[in-house]
Design a protein around this ligand. Sequence first.
Ligand SMILES: [Zn+2]
Length: 57
Amino acid sequence: MNTSCNECGAGLAVPDDAIVGELVSCKDCSSEYEVAEISNGTALLKAAEKVGEDWGE
Ligand SMILES: [Zn+2]
């Protein structure tokens, strides 16, 4: 599925089997996003916080 970068507007490809919490990065501006929600085949992204700190819980 495709969505777009909030920062630069470039298209972002999200794997069709992506899950909530999956990280994607923009190849144009290198912004990192986390899949916040998937609805009707569309991934909603939120800006990724620092990666790798508190995983789990
Ligand atoms: Zn971008």
